[in-house]
Design a protein around this ligand. Structure first.
Ligand code: HSE
Length: 457
């Protein structure tokens, strides 16, 4: 028999284990119940004692989730679940803000660790929740909130703890990645593809948070805190979604050698002079990235996060960013870690946001106006001689160089045509000023669409 630390690696058949209470029995909650049941043996072999789902609370007591609930108390009383002495760890999977926050704070006050997948709540009210947990000396774990089943938070917090993190690029929203992949593959319009994503269950009935980049910004808020110790709130993060992209943007991206991905980007800008502060660059927007890069080839609803540390260099984490079983994998992983600590009588072994709470603080965000980079531009213009010269003239006045241009012909008797360009590296402020001027030209019939280009991937 393999032994560890001189102890027989054997479980005690009379150990009733650690009890788990689940609040929210929707898709992910159902996955958690399934994983705990179907992998009970291997979890016990790893822990040395059972991890048991003892109680579930949900308002919907009727729907058959296809899970064996034998031995599990199931009712709609979340408060009683938190107070139940048989529940040692509380899982919050109801989502939303107010009720979820109240439940989490109540569990923390009761001295019970909490596992959640609620990125929106943590990105908005994380400080209050983590402060309460620190005061009470209990753990809050949230691996499932970013990247679904990918253990990206644990990798940042533990596997990469030796590093100063330099940059982080993530495809962190499966819905938008599916829509972008399909628009490129089929040449179909945005609305057609979004409808298909909803029919297939990839997109929520109201996919606004996904399509507007808000979900990705919530996730980036958590990652930036963990990577840089930056106490950001998601409202500070400049965020642009994928609405308004056209099939022609994907055709142009291919001709220019790129693919379009919704990226969450966070970078550290170390102080340049003594006395200066470190600044953090954080943004979410559709981005053109080289077709050969690994991130460019993350397709469909999959997620990936590329992290570069000063010691380790570039690393990449890939997997299912959503879905019942992958997200449950992350939730149960957190439960296992907390159960292990409970048994050893420890808590707070690893700081939840990777930095000690006293070391987390607001860090100045690099203003978008200070960015410098290449961009793709889609101008919509009246198709007549001299229009291109007007546009290039304004760009030239602001010292914005043009790397290449594509002009698509008229598809029919339409007055406007797209003119597609990629620029040389240019300061963001000059670009903004030039585009404001161009969009006022009489022959420019719609606001110009900008997609930033990131080469260093
Ligand atoms: N709605 C998210 C996505 C999954 O599409 O990736 C939950 O974070």
């Amino acid at each position: 028999m393999v032994t560890q630390g001189g102890q027989a690696a054997q479980t005690d058949r009379h150990d009733s284990g650690v009890g788990v209470g689940l609040i929210g029995f929707g898709t992910i909650g159902t996955g958690v119940a399934k994983v705990l049941r179907q992998n009970a043996d291997v979890i016990e072999q790893r822990l040395g004692f059972p991890l048991r789902l003892v109680r579930i609370a949900d308002l919907d007591l009727e729907t058959d989730r296809g899970v064996d609930l034998d031995g599990i108390q199931f009712d709609n009383d979340a408060d009683a679940l938190i107070a139940d002495p048989g529940v040692s760890i509380v899982v919050e999977l109801i989502g939303g803000y107010e009720v979820a926050k109240r439940m989490m704070l109540r569990a923390i006050e009761a001295g019970k660790p909490v596992v959640t997948a609620n990125k929106a709540l943590l990105a908005m009210h994380g400080k209050e929740i983590f402060d309460a947990a620190t005061r009470r000396g209990v753990d809050v774990a949230f691996e499932a909130s970013v990247g679904g089943g990918i253990p990206i938070l644990r990798s940042l917090r533990e596997g990469l703890a030796a590093n100063r993190i330099e940059s982080l690029y993530g495809i962190m929203n499966g819905t938008t990645n599916y829509v972008l992949t399909e628009m490129e593959r089929t040449g179909e319009d945005f609305d057609v593809v979004v409808k298909r994503a909803q029919d297939l269950g990839y997109a929520e009935a109201d996919p606004t948070f996904d399509l507007d980049g808000i979900d990705a910004a919530h996730k980036l808020t958590l990652l930036a805190a963990m990577a840089f110790g930056a106490e950001l709130t998601f409202k500070e993060i400049p965020t642009e979604g994928i609405k308004g992209l056209l099939p022609v943007d994907f055709e142009a991206a291919e001709e220019f050698g790129y693919r379009i991905k919704l990226l969450g980007i966070a970078k550290s800008h170390p102080p340049e002079h003594p006395g200066d502060e470190e600044r953090i660059e954080a943004r979410v927007h559709p981005t053109m990235i080289p077709r050969a890069s690994l991130l460019a080839n993350v397709d469909g609803a999959m997620n990936a996060v590329a992290v570069t540390g000063d010691a380790v260099g570039p690393t990449l984490y890939y997997g299912a960013g959503a879905g019942e079983m992958p997200t449950a994998s992350a939730v149960v992983g957190d439960l296992i870690e907390i159960a292990r600590d409970l048994r050893r009588g420890t808590a707070g072994r690893v700081a939840p946001l990777s930095y000690q709470p006293s070391e987390l603080g607001p860090k100045p965000l690099l203003p978008m106006g200070e960015l410098r980079g290449r961009v793709y531009l889609r101008f919509t213009v009246v198709d007549r001689p001299g229009v291109l010269a007007q546009i290039t003239g304004v760009l030239g006045e602001h010292e914005i160089g043009i790397a290449s241009v594509i002009q698509k012909g008229r598809a029919g008797p339409i007055a406007s045509v797209p003119v597609l360009m990629q620029s040389h590296p240019a300061p963001e402020l000059a670009l903004r000023t030039a585009l404001a001027e161009i969009d006022r030209l009489a022959d420019v019939t719609a606001p110009t669409r900008v997609i930033r280009i990131e080469e260093g991937l």
